[in-house]
Design a protein around this ligand. Structure first.
Ligand code: 9D3
Length: 264
């Protein structure tokens, strides 16, 4: 046995009629490097390869009439059979569709514990209803209309894959991720400390506290900014956020301020 043997942490099988849409973005960045290093394995399966007719037809008209086309069920069944034969069962099979439950960070964390995940990308008006029986879950990435499930599959893949140990270099930044605590990020600045935009524009300054070197004050300022931003922009997150005592205190003070402002 070689001491250098390496085990691939996670495998994604993606079934699509547009393999390049999945493959191209995975060549760059953090995920591309994870694939090169063998920490992550992504297999893209062209749905057309699972057709049996001469013209590799993947869609057909809807029974009952109406606009658009529906993905034929047999190629999709064969594709899932193929992946299942390769990976074994039980296999997590995710169907991407506008009818799915909304994908969240909690789903990403749950799915990161899986060894194999298959993602089926919808196109046209969607899947033949009978294919849903082969999926273990159905996910949407949000309430807007896209042309297919390829970008959603990439979104899910990226959110899950970056949680696999060794995919992102900085484990700390993954652990401290704002969404895992339920607060938005505090504002970030880098050099220079003063910036003049244009010929005679205003001077844009980095908040004094960040230049002070007072670490306790900086920590408190950052907490305050994160809580304040969340209260303004995403109050819905506060219902389930896990705040420490200091953050709860900051939140109460901010709410009192805003209530007072409102009653003036
Ligand atoms: C609910 C919209 N449908 C009304 C007739 C038509 C339709 C729109 C878009 C059917 C399929 C699609 C393609 N979209 C996806 O496959 C999809 C998707 C999305 O559009 N938004 C957010 N998440 C997802 S996951 C898959």
């Amino acid at each position: 046995m070689s001491g250098f043997s390496r085990t691939v942490s996670m495998t994604f099988d993606i079934v699509t009629i547009f393999p390049r849409v999945i493959e191209q973005p995975l060549e760059a960045g953090v995920l591309g490097r994870a694939i090169e290093r063998g920490v992550l394995d992504v297999k893209v399966h062209d749905l057309r390869r699972f057709t049996t007719d001469r013209h590799h037809v993947v869609d057909d008209v809807p029974y009952g009439g109406g606009p658009g086309m529906v993905l034929k069920p047999e190629p999709m069944f064969r594709a899932v059979d193929f992946v299942e034969a390769e990976r074994g069962r039980p296999l997590t099979v995710i169907l991407t569709s506008p009818q799915g439950r909304r994908f969240t960070q909690a789903d990403a964390r749950r799915l990161a514990a899986c060894q194999h995940i298959a993602l089926l990308c919808g196109r046209y008006e969607g899947f033949d209803e009978r294919v849903r029986g082969r999926a273990t879950e159905e996910l949407s990435i949000g309430d807007y209309v896209l042309t297919g499930g390829e970008l959603p599959a990439l979104v899910i893949l990226e959110a899950v894959a970056r949680l696999i140990p060794g995919v992102v270099g900085d484990e700390q930044s993954v652990a401290e991720d704002s969404f895992s605590r339920g607060l938005l990020d505090f504002p970030q600045y880098t050099r220079p400390a003063e910036l003049t935009v244009g010929e005679s524009g205003p001077t844009l300054r980095v908040p004094e506290v960040l230049l002070s070197g007072h670490h306790a004050e900086i920590r408190r300022w950052r907490k305050r900014e994160a809580v304040s931003r969340t209260l303004t922009r995403r109050p819905d997150l506060l219902a389930t956020a896990s705040l420490d005592e200091e953050e709860k205190e900051i939140l109460r003070a901010l709410q009192d301020d805003r209530m007072a402002e409102w009653q003036k």
